[in-house]
Design a protein around this ligand. Structure first.
Ligand SMILES: Cc1cc2nc3c(=O)[nH]c(=O)nc-3n(C[C@H](O)[C@H](O)[C@H](O)COP(=O)(O)O)c2cc1C
Length: 190
């Protein structure tokens, strides 16, 4: 089946197909590895590299055509992905630490860079992401922060987690992305 036929047939895996059996089992990225994927404008995967397949545990055939949320981990707050889509759909770059779900229920952390692919006229034709190994300090610092954001979302929705993120970063509506990026780069420095 070609990618086009798969997308046409709607045979796309999504986070609903990912395992429900979460395991506290971390797979750590290699020091020199890069995980690469590309999506169409709606976030359906069109390309993955070999390291992506190795880390996520899904086959290339399963991943191509699937929604990128197939590797969404429930420990990730929704507000993180709102920031992703707000930035990339307005042609700005996203940098951030993401906990991803493996097919077997385990997880792996990445430092992700996501950006829009544009044609010659500046129309967005898809998105590309590169990820590298995150610092241990970033994972340790962000685990409780992400948990607090997820808890805030359970009780008060995304507005509550947005307010909490603003407070955590000591930010305003105007400088929240700047402050967020500062935190990301400082955490990666270690
Ligand atoms: C190029 C690209 C790469 C992405 N990479 C990831 C990723 O590694 N992990 C992830 O959970 N979401 C990733 N996303 C975001 C997903 O599209 C989605 O917004 C997220 O998983 C939350 O899904 P949900 O809103 O359906 O719960 C990526 C999106 C794009 C466009």
């Amino acid at each position: 089946m070609t990618i086009e036929e798969k997308l046409e047939a709607g045979k796309r895996l999504s986070k609903l197909d990912a395992t429900k059996h979460l395991k506290n089992d971390e797979k750590v990225m290699g020091d020199n590895d890069f995980i690469v994927s590309k999506t169409d404008t709606k976030g359906f995967i069109t390309y993955v590299n070999r390291i992506f397949v190795d880390m996520a545990g899904w086959s290339r055939a399963e991943l191509i055509g699937a929604n990128h949320n197939i590797i969404r981990h429930p420990d990730m707050p929704k507000i993180a992905f709102k920031i992703v889509w707000d930035l990339i759909s307005s042609k700005q770059e996203f940098f951030g630490f993401v906990k991803n779900l493996k097919k077997d229920g385990g997880y792996y952390w990445v430092l992700a860079y996501i950006t829009a692919d544009e044609d010659l006229n500046g129309n967005i034709i898809g998105y590309t992401s590169f990820r590298k190994k995150p610092s241990r300090k970033a994972i340790e610092t962000l685990t409780p922060i992400y948990k607090a954001l997820v808890d805030a979302e359970k009780s008060g929705g995304m507005q509550a987690s947005y307010e909490l993120l603003k407070k955590t970063l000591n930010a305003t509506d105007e400088n929240i992305i700047e402050k967020y990026n500062e935190l990301v780069f400082n955490l990666q420095k270690g």
